[in-house]
Write a protein that binds this ligand. Structure first.
Ligand code: FE2
Ligand code: FE2
Length: 190
């Protein structure tokens, strides 16, 4: 594969991701915040915490599955709560490796994990978040906890989940364009 092919492949991938994130501005979460704002807030926290590029990108795209599901009536409400993590990770998998995609795929189960092992975490969840927790399977069993804890990207998944849960109180956020360099650097060669 020539370098020109690699560069042009990455360029079109960046365009697709940019359009998808623009689309995230039109998709709302249960608290009324757009998926774009919520995602930029998560990425901002990851950047501020000096996380790796992969975790910044995972935080940025962790809810891209809501955009992928949007418009499909079979993937609304309950089903969107359940499916968006796996769908988002699968969609991202054409461009990114497991260090990005696994925390995205695991961010729903990371919430179930944290809600099970950390009562203070569970108590700070809002009504909408508690409803989605139920839709996503509720608290984990002992076997589920043990299986989740040994997954390779456990730490990254919990880090993304903590950023995911921090409430956004408004205020200016760096636009998506500010992250395109780290997005490009985190891509697999195409
Ligand atoms: Fe999510
Ligand atoms: Fe989220």
């Amino acid at each position: 594969m020539s370098m020109d092919t690699v560069v042009s492949g990455q360029y079109s991938a960046l365009q697709v991701l940019r359009v998808a994130m623009e689309g995230c501005a039109t998709v709302r979460l249960s608290d009324g915040v757009s998926v774009l704002q919520h995602s930029l807030w998560a990425a901002h926290q990851a950047l501020s915490a000096n996380c790796s590029g992969a975790i910044i990108v995972a935080a940025l795209f962790h809810d891209i599955g809501h955009f992928v599901c949007a418009g499909d009536p079979e993937l609304a409400g309950y089903h969107r709560d359940r499916e968006h993590a796996a769908l988002g990770a699968a969609w991202l998998g054409r461009w990114f490796g497991p260090s990005v995609c696994a925390p995205v795929a695991m961010h729903v189960d990371a919430k179930r994990y944290l809600a099970t092992v950390d009562e203070s975490y569970r108590l700070q969840l809002g009504a909408g978040s508690l409803q989605s927790l139920e839709n996503q399977g509720g608290l984990m069993s002992g076997a589920e906890l043990r299986a989740f804890r040994v997954l390779e990207h456990f730490d990254g998944a919990l880090a993304v989940r903590r950023f995911d849960d921090a409430p956004y109180h408004g205020g200016a956020l760096a636009p998506y364009a500010c992250y395109e360099r780290v997005v490009a650097a985190s891509m697999m060669a195409i």
